[in-house]
Design a binder for this molecule. Structure first.
Ligand code: HEM
Length: 88
C-alpha cells in the first residue's frame, strides 16, 4: 500500500491520488455524523418520526456498512478506481 502511494505521487497519477482521497474520507470521515430537525411527521422503516424530533445521520456507520461496500473495514483505494464521479 505504502509503495503504491509513493509511486502514485511520484508519477502524479491523478486517478489513484483521487481514489486515495475518496477512500480516506470513506474510512475516516472527518464529519462522522450530521443532525436534522424533523419539520413534519414522517414514517421511516415502520417507525414514526415526529415533527420537532432531532435525527442523526450516522455517516461513519454508512461508510462501514457491508450492504454498500465490499469488505468495508479494509482500506482499499482501488474500490474507487474506474468510477465515474460527479464533476463540478
Ligand atoms: C473534507 C472536506 C469537507 C468536509 C468534511 C465538509 C463537511 C461539511 C459538513 C459537515 C457540512 C454540513 C452538512 C449538513 O449538516 O448539512 C457541509 C456543508 C457544506 N459544505 Fe462542506 N465539507 C467539505 C468540503 C467542502 C468543499 C470543498 C466545499 C466547497 C467547495 C464545501 C461546501 C459546502 C457547502 C456549500 C455546504 C452547505 C450545504 C447546504 O447546507 O446547503 N464543502 N460540509
Amino acid at each position: 500500500m505504502k509503495e503504491k502511494l509513493i509511486l502514485a505521487l511520484k508519477d502524479n497519477d491523478e486517478q489513484y491520488i483521487q481514489a486515495l482521497i475518496h477512500e480516506g474520507l470513506r474510512f475516516y470521515p472527518p464529519v462522522w455524523s450530521v443532525s436534522r430537525e424533523i419539520v413534519s411527521d414522517v414514517e421511516i422503516d415502520d417507525s414514526l418520526v415526529k415533527k420537532g424530533d432531532i435525527v442523526f445521520v450516522f455517516i461513519y456507520a454508512m461508510h462501514r456498512n457491508a450492504d454498500y461496500w465490499v469488505n468495508p473495514d479494509e482500506f482499499n483505494p482501488d474500490r474507487f478506481l474506474g468510477m465515474i464521479l460527479a464533476k463540478v
